[in-house]
Design a binder for this molecule. Sequence first.
Ligand SMILES: Nc1nc2c(c(=O)[nH]1)N[C@@H](CN(C=O)c1ccc(C(=O)N[C@@H](CCC(=O)O)C(=O)O)cc1)CN2
Length: 301
Amino acid sequence: MSSQEENDGLGGIIDGKAIAAEIRAEIRNDVSSLSSVIPGLATVLVGERKDSATYVRMKIKACSECGMESIHRALPADATEGDIIAVVRALNEDACVHGILVQLPLPDGINEENVLSEISIEKDVDGFHPLNIGKLAMRGREPLFAPCTPRGCIELLKRSGVEISGKEAVVVGRSNIVGLPVSLLLMHENATVTITHSRTVDLASVVRRADIVVAAVGRTEMVKADWLKPGCVVIDVGMNSKPDSTRKSGYRLVGDVDFEGCRKKASLVTPVPGGVGPMTIAMLLRNCADAAMKCEKSAAQ
Ligand SMILES: Nc1nc2c(c(=O)[nH]1)N[C@@H](CN(C=O)c1ccc(C(=O)N[C@@H](CCC(=O)O)C(=O)O)cc1)CN2
């Protein structure tokens, strides 16, 4: 779903909130058709970060709106790696739990990979388990779950009618959570993918080759209009706070893309907020509902 303002010469906006609502309605429908299983999502929150607590609350609320159960485990900021792993192992054994997510980032000193590797891959609805990422990286293999934000980016493109196959895609950023998996997913869709990063020489000229740009670098409004090929599609994964004295909070959320400038050059752009963010939670629910549906199917066989 996208909106293109008439005759203003600007590119359309991909409405992530509306697309996420559409996906959530589909999930609600699938969940209501289950007869013996209620999908259960376990959220594990370690420490006191306000943003993490907000995201976990949003996930719990979204679960309930889709007819899914949630099971919440909160640990203090000084919890040890062993404490967190013990919670994950107990959730692995709980038959009411179909999906487990450990909210990231974890406090300093905790090895994220050690914790994420403990999640049963059948319940790895965040898709961060090294085995799921490994399968995503291999030809002819399918992960049980793909990471939510990258999957959300692909859904936004597909549901906006953007052709991916054969197109040049440039991903700015190479993080394990977004840059790397979104590149792999774009490759699965037969795009020709370039991953760029802090050592890329003449980043602007590499981005200028792209039909599809995915910005996931975590730098406020870094991607400028003159970096873009006219008519390209821009997916902005960034979420940065920018000082704004007109707001009560003193700041506003902006992405990695100079939205107003880039709208003059691109055919479609995602806004921040209201673009990729809502898709992260929608795809998490999709993965968890799929896990529960698999459970019901295998119990019936
Ligand atoms: N275990 C995980 N940890 C983290 C993930 C993740 O996918 N799994 N992603 C991010 C945070 N995140 C979900 O956890 C997330 C971020 C943003 C949004 C969102 O809807 N953003 C809104 C704006 C919200 C606001 O006003 O603050 C938007 O963009 O419109 C949802 C989920 C890191 N950690």
